[in-house]
Ligand binder design. Structure first.
Ligand SMILES: Nc1ncnc2c1ncn2[C@@H]1O[C@H](COP(=O)(O)OP(=O)(O)O)[C@@H](O)[C@H]1O
Ligand SMILES: [Mg+2]
Length: 361
């Protein structure tokens, strides 16, 4: 068993501004060679957490260790430049008066020839060697981004902290740059803590996601687990649109128009929210409006009428007005099918893909 300490470990970090805890007892670890995404809505405290790790902001309490060694508590503090941490932020501004080579070499120590060969190696890696003696303004946004990446990586930091580094890029470029960036980071073996408010970006990049809300980490794990086993309704809703059906529990079961759902550990009479992602609602095509055709896995079909259907390219997004309570349910279905408004259809739910949570409020 590997007993070496995590590359980065922060324990119980708290930071308040004006009496409000913006970072509230945050603990997390990042392993060498891993990308961990700190994911959460705007204002939840992600950047503050990152700034504390970088050493440009002080925590009120809590500790930071790198490779098992104390970097910072409330008394002892290694200055930012000695933490072996690379930084990359959204406005990563390269130095405009320095060439690409000089930018990349900026944080490097040592002999000139050595520095030069590291600069060439990195620029070659991101396919920008030809710009080595150009100035930043001669490069496109995406190219500048890659220069900023290798500038941060040049001194081989133990940890890279990245704060929404891709949000300034246009959509088409962004996926490629994310993938390239990830490949370079993996090759360098750097531990990465990447801040983002976009779940798609986190799922694309992360080995682990730490989901943050109101200054707290609510759940940390592999993207697969956060998506498929969210801790609560809000965590489920952060990754996709959701449908919610309210149910009452009797004997650890709740009865709905779609059949029974398990509600283990919930008291009789309590309400639960059954949370369903739009892609887990199926249309019972075979019946084509001719009534229920239940199978044990799928539960009971329920009828709805198409209220609105939109073609989205890869899929169609269909809103149904349900007969049983007139609520709206959203389903995503293969885009070869785009039903007309007013069409009655029978819907089924993948019950094994739903989440049942005690109802709030
Ligand atoms: N220096 C500061 N003084 C006062 N409030 C701050 C300061 N820095 C951040 N905040 C507040 O803390 C909250 C979290 O900010 P931030 O960490 O930037 O969130 P995120 O990066 O998740 O969007 C925000 O409400 C912000 O206004
Ligand atoms: Mg931020």
């Amino acid at each position: 068993m590997d007993t070496s300490p995590p590359r980065l470990e922060i324990k119980d970090i708290t930071r308040s501004f004006g009496g409000r805890a913006v970072v509230d007892h945050v603990s997390l670890t990042v392993q060498p060679g891993q990308v961990t995404c700190l994911l959460g809505p705007s204002g939840c405290g992600k950047s503050t957490t990152l700034r504390i790790i970088a050493g440009v902001e002080m925590q009120d309490s809590g500790t930071i260790h790198v490779d098992g060694e104390l970097v910072c508590d409330t008394i002892f503090r290694i200055p930012p430049e000695n933490r072996s941490i690379g930084l990359m932020f959204q406005d990563f501004s390269l130095f405009p008066h320095l060439t690409v080579a000089e930018n990349v070499a900026f944080g490097l120590r040592g002999a000139k020839a050595e520095k030069r060969s590291r600069v060439i190696q990195l620029l070659r890696r991101v396919d920008l060697e030809r710009y080595i003696d150009d100035y930043p303004h001669q490069l496109s946004g995406g190219e500048q981004q890659r220069v900023a990446l290798v500038r941060a990586l040049a001194p081989s930091p133990k940890i890279m902290l990245m704060d929404e580094p891709f949000s300034g890029l246009d959509n088409r470029l962004r996926d490629d740059i994310r993938d390239d960036t990830l490949a370079v980071l993996k090759e360098e073996g750097t531990a990465v803590l990447l801040v983002t408010h976009e779940p798609d970006e986190a799922m694309r990049m992360a080995d682990e996601i730490a989901l943050m809300r109101d200054g707290k980490i609510v759940q940390q794990g592999a993207p697969y687990n956060l998506y498929n086993a969210p801790k609560d309704r809000e965590a489920a809703a952060f990754f996709s649109d959701i449908n919610v059906i309210r149910g009452k529990v009797q004997g650890a079961l709740t009865e709905t128009a779609f059949g029974q759902f398990l509600a283990p550990g919930v008291a009789d009479g309590a309400s639960v929210d059954i949370v369903i992602r739009p892609q887990h609602i199926k249309i019972d095509f075979d019946r084509q409006g001719r009534g229920p055709n239940p199978t044990p896995q799928d539960g009971t079909p329920a009828r709805g009428v198409v209220e609105r259907a939109r073609f989205m390219g890869n899929e169609s997004l269909v809103e149904f007005r349900m007969d049983f309570d007139q609520s709206i349910l959203r389903a995503t279905i293969p885009s070869v099918f785009l039903p007309k408004t007013g069409t009655p259809l029978w819907l089924m739910i993948r019950r094994d893909r739903c989440f049942v949570f005690p109802a709030k409020g």
